[in-house]
Design a protein around this ligand. Structure first.
Ligand SMILES: Cc1ncc(C[n+]2csc(CCOP(=O)(O)OP(=O)(O)O)c2C)c(N)n1
Ligand SMILES: [Mg+2]
Length: 321
């Protein structure tokens, strides 16, 4: 993927998220969402190293992963606005958005829960004779969850083609990573017998190159790998944090990280005219996405039970659903 394409994907994620903040604050989107602003280089760099048939699992902060893996942006917008034209017909929303046809096995509201899903997808690929790879994105808050360690262990034993991508943004909600986690993340992962690398998560090309080498090795039968991306979220844990005054990060710390904004890092490698052209086309895409979403119908209340059961299954007689 060219520098221009990497920048375009990151710009799309950034502007999508900025629009989502506006829509949440205007109550056009119900509840709050977890914005990916600041971390764009991780999803973009990792997904640039993937094929269309590779699989990803995502997190509560999932919009960036879903865009980077190629989801249709207007249908994403419709999903977040709760419209029937949404990627999941308004059943998924922000935290369960998915597009299985693109290998996007879902955002996930449960911290670390994407790990066993990714391992299962990797195992299924091996059984089918495919050389596809599964990537599991998770935050620093996931690294002390038992299920992640059980999954890394099993992936190590079975040599599953899984890339574990830890987005270390320094915090789980307001809890600092160094207060929560003993030792080194990459040394922990290496103990499961896998290659484990730390990379600058604010430089999309560094992420793409590191992920590319690990994905290629996994695809060739080398088993799982671990990539720690050092990154930062520029905004709150979720949209409403702006009004909560939690004060766990200093303005100076945020300003320091903003100097290494991944969009600025990549834009510096392009000429200004190319950047302006991409920025304009991203605005056009997002305007189109929002218009499409707003014009789309909301689901009928009478359809609330649709899609709950797999095709052919019906609720048991007498069971309230
Ligand atoms: C198993 C589980 N425990 C707690 C929560 C509540 N929770 C939601 S997000 C979050 C913090 C996650 O931090 P991290 O993994 O670092 O991701 P980040 O928010 O920094 O992207 C917590 C504790 C949850 N969703 N699932
Ligand atoms: Mg975190």
């Amino acid at each position: 993927m060219s520098a221009a394409d990497l920048y375009r994907t990151m710009r799309t994620i950034r502007r999508f998220e900025e629009q989502i903040v506006t829509l949440v604050n205007a109550n056009e989107i119900a509840g709050v969402t977890h914005e990916y602003i600041g971390q764009e280089a991780v999803a973009t760099g990792v997904c640039a190293a993937l094929r269309d048939d590779d699989v990803i699992t995502s997190t509560h902060r999932g919009h960036g992963h879903v865009i980077a893996k190629g989801a249709d942006v207007p249908r994403m917008m419709a999903e977040l606005l709760g419209r029937t034209t949404g990627l999941n017909r308004a059943r998924g929303g922000s935290m369960h958005i998915a597009d299985v046809s693109l290998g996007i096995y879902g955002a996930n509201g449960i911290v670390a829960a994407g790990a066993p899903i990714a391992a299962g997808a990797a195992w299924a690929g091996l059984q089918a004779g495919s050389d596809r790879v599964a990537v599991c994105f998770f935050g620093d808050g996931a690294v002390n969850q038992g299920v992640l360690h059980e999954t890394m262990n099993m992936a190590g034993i079975w040599r599953l083609p899984v890339l574990f991508v830890c987005e270390n943004n320094g915090y789980a909600v307001s809890f600092a990573q160094e207060q929560a986690t003993a030792g080194s993340l990459v040394e922990r992962a290496a103990a499961y017998g896998m290659a484990a690398v730390r990379v600058d998560g604010m430089d999309v090309e560094a992420v793409r190159d590191a992920a590319g080498a690990l994905v290629a090795a996994a695809r060739a039968g080398g088993g799982p790998a671990f990539l720690e991306c050092e990154t930062y979220r520029f905004v709150g844990h979720h949209t409403a944090e702006a009004t909560m005054g939690l004060g766990y990060r200093s303005d100076e710390e945020i300003a320091r990280w903003r100097e290494r904004d991944p969009l600025l890092v990549e834009a510096a490698r392009l000429d200004a005219a190319a950047v302006a052209e991409i920025d304009a086309s991203v605005e056009e895409l997002l305007e189109r996405a929002l218009a499409f979403a707003r014009e789309s119908p909301r689901p009928e209340v009478s359809s609330a039970r649709d899609y709950v059961y797999a095709s052919g299954l019906v609720p048991r007689e007498g069971v309230a659903v």
